[in-house]
Structures are given as C-alpha cells and as structure tokens.
Design a binder for this molecule. Structure first.
Ligand code: HEC
Length: 107
C-alpha cells in the first residue's frame, strides 16, 4: 500500500470518528431527556428508531415532526421541530442509525 492511500484511509477513519462524536453531542444537546439510546424515555429509543426508519425518515421527523409523526402513525405529536445545521443533521442521523441492530459489531 502506498503512503498516500494510508493517509487517505486514516483521514477517512478520523472524519468518521468526528462525525460519531458530533452526533453524540447533538443528541446530548437536543434530544436527550426525551430519547435515550436503548431505553424507552418520553420518545422511543434509538435502537427502535434505527430498526424501522431510514435516514430520510429520521431527518423528516427532526425538521417537521408535526406532519411526519402522522405519517409514522402517531395520533399525537409531542416532539418539537429542530433547526439543525446540515452537519448536525447528518451527524445525529448517522448516530441514530448506528444503533441499527445489525450494525452493533461495527461500532
Ligand atoms: C420534548 C421531547 C422530545 C425531544 C426533545 C425530541 N424528541 Fe424525538 N420524539 C419525541 C416523542 C414523544 C416521539 C414520538 C412521536 C411523537 O410524539 O410525535 C418522538 C419521535 C421521534 C422520532 C420518530 C420515532 C419513530 O417512530 O421512528 C425520531 C426519529 C426522533 N424522535 C428523533 C429525535 C431527535 C434526533 C431529537 C433531537 C434532535 C429528538 N427526537 C428530540 C419526543 C422528543
């Protein structure tokens, strides 16, 4: 393997780790209290969300919970909408999806 490739791989790994750390930070800032990673809180746990939703659905719910919760079949919406930056949105979505059951070993 040449040096450039090694550097590239390292950089990719680092950005992945940064995104995971950023996702956790967004979660702790905005979502914790109503959502926990694996336990049911006021809202469903990330393990449950990751098992049944894709990235688009998660992003939709964060920006417009009022309409998207109805699409998901909730009778009432108790989640406030969030205005996140594109980076925060990507990071927190990836963070939630990292709780997808079959991804467990890869974390
Ligand atoms: C004030 C409490 C509260 C906060 C804060 C909150 N949520 Fe929620 N969330 C809920 C509740 C309650 C539900 C269940 C559906 C509903 O009430 O609309 C929910 C549902 C969801 C769902 C859809 C669940 C499903 O069925 O797939 C996603 C995705 C979600 N929340 C993500 C987030 C993210 C990401 C954040 C932080 C940016 C966040 N929530 C912050 C209360 C909250």
């Amino acid at each position: 393997m040449n040096k450039l490739l090694v550097l590239l791989l390292l950089a990719m790994g680092a950005s992945h780790m940064l995104q995971a750390a950023e996702g956790k930070k967004v979660f702790e800032t905005y979502c914790w209290g109503c959502h926990h990673q694996t336990a049911v809180a006021f809202g469903p746990p990330f393990t449950e969300i990751a098992a049944k939703r894709n990235a688009d659905e998660i992003r939709g719910m964060i920006t417009d919970p009022d309409s998207v919760s109805k699409v998901f079949g909730y009778k009432r919406n108790a989640m406030p909408p969030f205005k996140l930056t594109k980076e925060e949105m990507e990071a927190v979505t990836a963070y939630i999806l990292s709780y997808k059951p079959e991804n467990k070993e890869k974390k």
